[in-house]
Ligand binder design. Sequence first.
Ligand code: DGJ
Length: 713
Amino acid sequence: MGNVVQLRSGGVGLLIAVDGSAQPEIRYWGTDLGELSAGAASAAALGVLGGIPHAVPDQLPSRGLVPGPADGYRGRPGLSGFRRGSSIAPLFTLTSLDHAAADGDVPARLDVVCDDVLAGLRVHSELLLDRHGTLRIRHTVINTGEDDFEVSGLAVVLPVPPVAQEIADFTGKWSGERAEQRLPVNQGAWTRENRRGRTAADAAYVTMVGTPGFRHRDGRVWAAHLAWSGDGVTWVEAQPDGTRAIGAAELLEPGEITLAPGEGYATPWVYAVCSVDGTDGISRRFHRTIRDRDSHPSAPRPVVLNTWEAVYFNHDLDTLGRLAEVAADLGVERFVLDDGWFGGRRDDTTSLGDWVESADMWPDGLGPLVHRVRGLGMQFGLWVEPEMINLDSDLYRAHPDWLLADPRRLPGPSRHQYVLDVARPEVSAHLFDQLDRLVKAHRIDFLKWDHNRDPIVPVHAGRGGVHEQTLAVYALLDRLRAANPGLEIESCASGGARVDLGILARTDRVWVSDCNDALERQSIQQGTRLLLPLELMGCHVGPPTSHTTSRTHDLSFRAATALFGHFGIEWDIASATEDDRAGLAAVIALYKRVRSLLHSGDLVTVDHPDPAALVHGVVATDRSLALFCYVQRTMSRFESPLPATIPGLDPNRTYLVERLAPTGGPHLRERAPAPWVRAEPFRSTGAALGAVGLAVPILEPEQALLLEFTAVD
Ligand code: DGJ
């Protein structure tokens, strides 16, 4: 065979076979194999191929970078589309290949251009393997023919080895986002399609495939995430010959992308990582790569007070001013005024689109509140939902034709609202002007950018509109940020429905879920942090009795849950008890002390043998410090708790182990304390803590124990 290009960086390697004029093919993606001689690389790349079975073409199928039926590939094709009146299965040949090895922080890179002269198509493939071993890959198809080419689909397809036999991805719902689901790899394709017009609560999120039973800390795993906020599809597909692949693509409506001669269409970036140490290894790579982005928030994540569950639509200056005073007193750093401040908005039936202060609620505008908030030393944030419109709004009365819909067949309302066609230049110009005016007028530090309905048959310029809408929203966000340096934006969508690395390229955090019930949040946050580092995850302490589930939880459990994120409060603290306020002040002080660790360290999740317990934490990258949380989800079936092992520490160092009281005092309902908990903090080694673990008290359900580990040698 011809050449084998090796891409190596961050402990990961790819072998890409370049055989004559054929489209290059990824033969291996996994742990770095070291620098191989040409012969060894060739042998390794050949090692994954089997013999030619009966009843198939006389040559081995190839899985080129953009595989298709013309080169014998029998899976879902990488590219599909047609020209008016004719179709052709593309067969690409290599035109150019440009390869650069990793150099310090500069990723290893492979740029491949392939052509199919007969089909009039060119594909440009870009692969970047960064210093953390994260592969970013996308393809661009260019129409080199003489008439229009309609793209039906263009996918990133990555091979995984036959040892990958179990799939895990996510599903969910409002207030129950990112719930993991598992199934075995069988022959055929497991596909997850999102056709809801934006990333959804039930999106696949991260598609993983790994060795049977892979867990948090063991098993080989391969994972991919589509960095896109519109419709998408991801899949795991296994062939009769045992080969298998992960695929990811934007989902396109017929006629949505038509390329005139010379035009191109690029897939979203796909982030792909692999791990030999379970899903924590997957998170480590994702998190480190995300933290390396130029746009990643670098200032300490401020403590937030969000007004939603405190006052809902009942806005008045005195109430909000009092809330701000109590918040500032407790140490809150950012005050966010949620829905209800604009137009005639007294409930959710009206005024979306009218982004001007409500004259009767705010006769002097937002100025007096903003002034008060700033006077108390806090930043000011504001809720908006720019992509939406109510039929009862001045905007709709002026521009009834601005809806993202077929005017002949409007979809039904959802939360009484409709979607604006942001891809129309006059619509995005209008939104930019309104938002820019607001941000500048009040020097707004933060926008909570909501999106509360699925578009449902979104039509732009007479055809499927999700692609254009998504790009237009990205452009609007980019323009607003460029015009207002320092402005931070949160991606919210009925809670955590728009959580992806496409929107996060131009926003600073996501609202993880509308469910502030700490027990539910433990699972929702666990799913979310697989991809996202904690500093991007909005996590708030809600009121004692949850507004979404009516469960009541102690402040300590709510606090220990919200600590593992970008911490905030969403509760009418002006009417909270003195004890609760004192507890909140203590939690806020603790968050400020530990946020630099939580927002820079590595995630550790324990494979605890008792399903009643969840043990997770963050270990500093130099392993000098760690914070863990032992969560008693339900009653255990064991008489006393099984020891909690604490992996991820430096086995050769000694740690001081301290139990923290997040709300300032003794707080847990313990049936029987663990022996050491009665005594002073104790010392142990990373090796002993990782292998033997430590004893925990018998806790009643829905309690959490916080443990801090400080290296002392
Ligand atoms: C949905 C969000 O998820 C909530 O946090 C809140 O902002 C409401 N919308 C306001 O309408």
